[in-house]
Design a protein around this ligand. Structure first.
Ligand code: ATP
Ligand code: MG
Length: 442
């Protein structure tokens, strides 16, 4: 993509209405545009990042055997009356009437709808477990939408649902999501800690929130620092290995403020390991048994008896993650963003120094651009005649991890190559592509 033809509307200064760095950066680099309170359009740069996050989430769901579906955004109120949540959900639910005066709603979550889908087709325990997910827009009429896409009204969420015959099997399903969440966030170079959580209006008894540490987070957390050292890499997708993994995490005290108890904290965590800080919730998993299957009569045949299925639900804030990654990676003192390559809007950028009467650097840059495109790299080339220091300043904000700079002393054997947050090195193009390719395949 040529910068002069791209739709990346950059602002000169940080917008004053934005209070946290992710919101500032997203507006400043033209990733999003607010359309009304808590509702945003996604412009090319932001949309590319979100799509890459979505794809990682999808691959990691598929890897543990969850099947992708797509449910609509608009739901009928009938099923919500069956579960009893139509009244309970309150003002966060956006209620709509169609032309027949039927009560509809814009889905804030999908437990009811997926239960209805399940019960209409699955009749025998032999078809269990069923693990289903979709990635779809949600609407919650938040009392105070804020921090840009971090707490907005319309947001993009992956939500998954599990159906099992017994508590034991259901917990096995739960643990598959547990490992898949750890793997998902790891691929985005985030360290997300699973924390015991309250179950809130969704109800139930077993629940973890996945939290990324950040000063601007809205969740207060209390944790044993040793939890950061837990290694999940050799976990197998079978019952014992998965429950061992959860034990390894759960032996360390680690909770959000809703569950916090100071006596327990001090009793369980030696002084030097206590950490009290803030974090961003990027994922949340629940096990709630027959909370929905019972009122909605979702049962299967099991040895001649009807058994209500045991359910869990599992959310990831796909759009919130865009902001959460910025909160974790943006160095706002030096105004340098560095996207993890796995979600970066481009793999690499080329910044030629172009003067009014000399286009030769642009020609060299276009040549390199074509070579990189042939290797399937996604490249943004700055073909504008801005001076190089403002180009670098601009690209430091855009956060594309690798830069190629083409200036006066261009030499094919020693091309100026720079990681956005490091000093430049001078190497030939083959080595540059090797570095980028190997980082991408990690
Ligand atoms: P929160 O505690 O932040 O209000 P929640 O517990 O209501 O979130 P869940 O129902 O668990 O949210 O939703 C799953 C995920 O969806 C959350 O972990 C979060 O990442 C994301 N999410 C929830 N509400 C919003 C929102 N208003 N804006 C953006 N993302 C959201
Ligand atoms: Mg939650």
């Amino acid at each position: 993509m040529f910068f002069s033809k791209s739709f990346i509307p950059i602002l000169k200064n940080n917008p004053t209405e934005a209070k946290i760095k992710s919101h500032q950066l997203m507006l400043r680099t033209g990733m999003i545009k607010q359309s009304s309170a808590g509702i945003y359009s996604w412009l090319p740069l932001g949309f590319k990042v979100m799509k890459k996050i979505e794809q990682i989430v999808r691959e990691e769901q598929n890897r543990v055997g969850v099947q992708e579906i797509l449910m609509p955004t608009i739901q009928s109120s009938e099923i919500w009356k069956e579960s009893g949540r139509y009244d309970d959900y309150g003002e966060e639910m956006l209620r709509i009437k169609d032309r027949q005066n039927r009560e509809m709603l814009y889905g804030p979550t999908n437990e009811e709808l997926v239960t209805e889908i399940f019960r209409s087709s699955i009749k025998s325990y032999k078809s269990l477990p069923q693990l289903l997910y979709h990635i779809q827009w949600k609407f919650r009429d938040e009392l105070r939408p804020r921090f840009g896409i971090m707490r907005c009204r319309e947001f993009y969420m992956k939500d998954a649902y599990s159906f099992d015959i017994s508590d034991e099997e259901a917990i096995y399903s739960y643990n598959k999501f547990f490992i898949s969440y750890l793997n998902t966030f790891k691929r985005m170079e985030l360290s997300a800690i699973p924390m015991a959580a309250d179950t809130g209006p969704i109800g139930g008894n077993l629940s973890h929130e996945f939290i990324i540490l950040a000063d601007t987070g809205e969740s207060k957390i209390f944790t044993d620092k040793r939890i950061f050292e837990v290694d999940s890499s050799n976990t197998l997708l079978e019952k014992n290995s998965l429950s061992k993994l959860r034990e390894n995490y759960e032996k360390y005290y680690s909770v959000t403020d809703e569950k916090f108890n100071n006596n327990e904290f001090e009793k369980n965590v030696p002084k030097d390991y206590r950490l009290q800080t803030k974090g961003i919730e990027v994922g949340h998993i629940f096990y709630f048994g027959d909370k929905y299957s019972k009122p909605m009569k979702a049962s299967v045949d099991y040895n001649g008896k009807k058994e209500f299925v045991k359910m869990g639900s599992y959310g990831i804030g796909v759009s919130r993650l865009v902001g959460a990654i910025i909160e974790a990676k943006y160095d706002d003192k030096n105004e340098i963003m560095k996207w993890p390559i796995s979600v970066s809007p481009y793999d690499c950028c080329i910044l030629p120094i172009i003067s009014k009467n000399d286009n030769s650097n642009l020609d060299k840059a276009i040549n390199i651009y074509k070579n990189l495109k042939k290797l399937d790299l996604d490249v943004l080339i700055d073909d504008t005649d801005e001076n190089i220091s403002s180009k670098i300043k601009k690209f430091n904000l855009l956060g594309i991890p690798y830069q190629i700079i083409i200036g006066k002393n261009f030499n094919e054997q020693k091309i100026e190559f720079k990681e956005v947050d490091k000093q430049p090195i001078f190497i030939p193009l083959e080595e540059i592509t090797k570095i980028i390719k190997s980082k991408k395949s990690n």
